[in-house]
Write a protein that binds this ligand. Sequence first.
Ligand code: 5GP
Ligand code: MG
Length: 175
Amino acid sequence: MRELINAARIAERVRGLGAEIERDYAGSPDLVLIGMLRGSVCFLPDLMRCVALPMRVGFLGIHRYDGTVGGDLRLSADETDNIAGADVLIVEDIVEHGTTLQAALDLLRDRLPRSIAVAALLSKPGALKHPLPELRYVGFEVGSEFVVGYGLDFDQRYRNLPYIAALEPGDAAGS
Ligand code: 5GP
Ligand code: MG
C-alpha cells in the first residue's frame, strides 16, 4: 500500500470543493446531493458539511453485474425522493471510464431535474470513454493505478482508511 493523498490534503480539498459548490448553488431553491453507493461513504458526509445551503440527500447504487468492465449495469439501490425541478449534484468517489456515471445521469435525467452535475473526489484522466460535460467538480486526478481508502474498496475492504492509497501487489492477497 502506497499513500498517495493524506487525510489533511483530502480535508482541505473537500473544503475547497464545498466552497465552490456553495457559491455555485447559492440561489438554488432545491439542491439535492445524490451519493453513489458505496464509494461515496466518506466523501458525501464530509462534502455536505462544507456546503452551508439548504439541501436534500439521496443515494443511488449502480453496479456491474459481473464486476467486469463493460458488463451490464444493474440498479442496486434507489434511495431518492422526487427530483423533478431540482438541482441535482451526483457525488461519486472516482470516475474512470465514465460508464457508471453515464448510467446514473441517464437514469436521473429521465426524472426531469432542473439541472444535473457531478462532483467526483478522484478522476483518472485519459480513461474517459466519452466526454462527460456534467463532471464539474473534481478533487484530485490520479494515475491509472488502482486506489483504495476514504470510501474506495478492493473487494469491499479498505474503505475505512482515512487516506487514499495505491494498492500494491502484496496487498491484493488481503494481507
Ligand atoms: P467507470 O464506470 O467510470 O469506469 O468506473 C467507475 C467505478 O469503478 C467507480 O465508481 C469505482 O467503483 C470503480 N473504480 C474505478 N477505478 C477504481 C479504483 O482505482 N479504485 C477503486 N476502488 N474503484 C475504482
Ligand atoms: Mg463506485
